[in-house]
Design a protein around this ligand. Structure first.
Ligand SMILES: NCc1[nH]cc(CCC(=O)O)c1CC(=O)O
Length: 316
């Protein structure tokens, strides 16, 4: 007699921020719709605890994922829910990404409490962001903009905006929309000028590799969005080959086309002066090879030099 897999309670590991909880609840609803029972287990990560340093200075990989991975390994939870963007490009041997949930609109946006705020090429405003990619791209396209650190969850960052620590705040549309703050959006960046970080807007589901295969299959059926999955495989292959990590100003966006997949990716120097960006198209079956090829092209055209100088600057 085999036990019905949907009799299992799926314990869902999640960070405690409101956005993380929204994402975990969203996964829980999908699981429940497939007949699973669910339970949320809130786990705090280093990225939630250390708020006085920018992410590239906290240093270790998996700033938002490590503690969740320990819980997976120790069997405290069956799955961990992450913002796909926060997941390191190589997953530990004993774990795997079992699903990618349907992606939201990928763009970066600007939020302001002043509805008349206008971002122009010569704008001199101070914009809150802690992302090296956003800082470098702002330098490239909006050379007079200044940036100010804005670590913390979305609510913390909005409070900083309210306190006028900066004039406007730069974020991913996905989180803003999911938290219901889209009424504050005053600018949406085109996604091929401000190409998002690999994975932006999607949610990744991680589990232990040795989880019951039947259960894994059930989780995948309930949670995986095939189109998103294809795109994320390409973007993550790009990221892995760049050996980037979340603190490197690289970016990648894959989309489905009539014939297959198109992937745009690149890197920008921290001063915004050198931008390398390329697009590749190919059939869906070769997405990972495409991501790798794109990264190798970027590296050989000067990307490796940009990475080298960023690393040198960090160890100074
Ligand atoms: N590193 C922070 C982070 N990780 C995931 C999101 C939310 C958006 C998403 O799911 O891509 C954010 C905030 C942001 O970039 O605005």
């Amino acid at each position: 007699m085999t036990e019905n897999i949907t009799d299992r309670i799926i314990r869902i590991g999640t960070r405690g921020s409101k956005l993380a909880l929204w994402q975990a609840e969203n996964a829980a609803e999908k699981l429940q719709a497939s007949g699973f029972k669910t339970e949320l287990v809130i786990i705090s990560t280093k990225g939630d605890q250390v708020l006085d340093k920018s992410l590239d200075k906290i240093g270790s990989k998996g700033v938002f994922t490590e503690e969740l991975e320990v819980a997976l390994r120790e069997g405290q939870v069956e799955i961990a829910v992450h913002s796909a963007k926060d997941v390191q490009s190589s997953i530990p041997e004993d774990l795997e990404l079992v699903a990618f949930m349907e992606r939201e609109q990928v763009n970066d946006v600007i939020l302001s409490f002043d509805p008349n705020f206008k971002l122009e090429r010569d704008s001199k405003a101070v914009i809150g962001t802690s992302s090296t990619r956003r800082k470098a791209l702002l330098k490239k396209y909006y050379p007079n903009i200044k940036t100010a650190e804005s670590r913390g969850n979305l609510q913390t960052r909005l409070r900083k905006l309210e306190e006028k620590q900066f004039d406007a705040l730069m974020l991913a549309y996905a989180g803003v929309y999911r938290m219901g703050y889209d009424n504050l959006i005053v600018h949406t960046f085109p996604e091929y000028e401000f190409v998002p970080a690999a994975g932006q807007g999607s949610v990744a589901i991680e589990c232990a590799k040795n989880l019951d295969p039947e259960l894994k299959k059930g989780l995948k059926e309930a949670l995986n969005h095939t189109d998103t999955h294809v795109c994320l495989l390409a973007e993550r292959a790009f990221l892995r080959t760049m050996e980037g990590g979340c603190s490197i100003p690289s970016f990648a966006l894959a989309t489905l086309t009539d014939e297959g997949v198109s992937i745009t990716g690149g890197i920008v120097s921290l001063d915004g002066k050198t931008l390398l960006q390329e697009t590749l198209e190919g059939p869906t079956v070769t997405v990972e090879a495409m991501g790798e090829q794109l990264a190798n092209t970027i590296l050989s055209r000067g990307g490796d030099e940009i990475l080298k100088s960023i690393r040198a600057e960090r160890t100074e």
